[in-house]
Design a protein around this ligand. Structure first.
Ligand code: NAI
Ligand code: COI
Ligand code: MG
Length: 367
């Protein structure tokens, strides 16, 4: 059997609570299906800072580089508000993305039929929704230099972040979006702000050229990112694949999350380029949500985003398509039966905590 080495980085807040449900599933899959997953654990975020003063240690970084896939929970929280910027919890996640060269973040927003009523939008707007946001993850304003606060010496300071994109970065992320569109409804909408940003002008040019050169069979539209946000809540079903930069992708995917009922529902896969020799790609699977300090420790977090991120891991890192389909079907089925965590609770349904939701999905997976 091919190697199946997983590194689990549960992180802070609700990260460990959600990860516990995936760990349970992995143990059961090994026992019942002989899947042979080998798991290691590591520290990232605030808990890593508490242990050794860094948001991720070099040793855990090395484990991530050696793993076939990394499962990531969430990082951050008010406890670490005052730690130096360079070692804040979020820096651990940014280092993982950058050092592993995980340039493509796939954020599917699917509205499960049972949850159409949980969205803040009207059911007819979200019923049957199935869109995929492809977010560039290793460039743009998250990483551009200079990035600093300078003292202007007149009682004023200046905060600077830099949005930078090179041609190759736009080419490779748009290539991912076009390839994925071919497996779906064959439509891509590219979002930038070319009306105010030079990087937006280049983004638009390169996406257009990449389309013309290699993907002219795919339907391509361009939309300004602010209008895209509006269209996402006006009529989200107009979209198939959205490709956008790091910051717009971060914001638009949080918006898309609410179409599906809750941030606790949205999984994601962060992928690198396939290795030229082996075809294997570095990968990290992370829910879109953060550490949710407001509900951490209460046992009420929705574990579905984390469990669905593991389904993406089965699909993209291990080609275990049957198991991935089964896991996604188990989530849908548990929702159909009326189980709800607090964030997606509605009248007439049964409210359960994190563990009970995880147990129900695991039981359904093996049923
Ligand atoms: N990937 C990561 O590790 C991310 C970390 N963060 C960090 O997380 C911390 C909190 O950030 P927030 O802005 O509050 O974003 P958040 O995503 O942690 O929470 C936003 C809201 O959604 C709810 N929520 C999120 N996930 C949920 C789940 N699984 N089940 C039920 N409800 C859920 C929370 O209770 C909260 O009301 C910050 O330190 C932030 O930097 C934020 C986003 C991503
Ligand atoms: C570094 C993260 C905390 C930024 C974020 O919100 C995300 O990537 O979803
Ligand atoms: Mg975010």
């Amino acid at each position: 059997m091919a190697s199946r080495k997983l590194l689990l980085l549960a992180g802070d807040g609700i990260g460990p609570e959600a990860m516990a449900e995936v760990r349970k599933l992995i143990v059961a899959m090994n026992e019942k299906l002989g899947t042979g997953f080998e798991t290691e654990e590591g520290l990232v975020g605030g808990c890593a800072y508490d242990a050794h003063g860094k948001a991720i240690s070099d040793a855990d970084m090395a484990k991530a580089m050696a793993a076939d896939a990394v499962l990531f929970g969430a990082v951050g929280g008010p406890k670490w508000d005052a730690v130096p910027y360079e070692v804040r919890p979020e820096a651990g996640l940014l280092r993982l993305r950058k050092d592993m060269e995980l340039f493509a973040n796939l954020r599917p927003a699917i509205c499960y039929p049972a949850l159409a009523a949980s969205s803040s939008l009207k059911p007819e707007v979200v019923e049957g929704l199935d869109i995929l946001i492809v977010r560039e993850l290793t460039g743009g304003v998250y990483f551009g230099e200079p990035k600093e606060i300078i003292d202007l010496g007149n009682g004023q300071k200046r905060g600077i972040d830099t949005q930078v994109y090179d041609t190759f970065e736009i080419e490779r992320i748009s290539g991912v979006a076009f390839e994925l569109a071919r497996t779906r409804q064959n439509r891509v909408t590219s979002m930038e702000k070319r009306n105010v940003m030079k990087s937006g002008v280049l983004w638009n040019e390169v996406v257009t050229a990449t389309h013309k050169a290699k993907y002219s069979d795919v339907k391509l539209d361009h939309m300004l990112a602010d209008a895209g946000g509006m269209q996402l809540v006006r009529w989200p079903k107009q979209f198939d694949v959205i490709v956008t930069d790091n910051l717009f992708g971060d914001m638009l995917s949080d918006v898309a999350a609410m179409l599906t009922g809750s941030l606790g529902m949205l999984p994601s896969a962060s992928l690198g380029a396939p290795d030229a020799k082996t075809g294997k790609r570095k990968a990290l699977y992370e829910p879109v949500h953060g550490s949710a300090p407001d509900i951490a420790g209460k046992g009420i977090a929705n574990p579905i985003a984390m469990i669905a991120s593991f389904a993406m891991c089965l699909r993209y890192s291990f080609n275990m398509v049957t198991e991935a389909d089964r896991l996604e079907a188990a989530i849908a089925s548990v929702l159909d039966e009326g189980l709800r965590t607090k964030d997606i609770m509605s009248e007439g349904k049964t409210e359960v905590g994190t563990t009970a939701m995880g147990d129900a999905i695991v039981a359904k997976f093996f049923a």
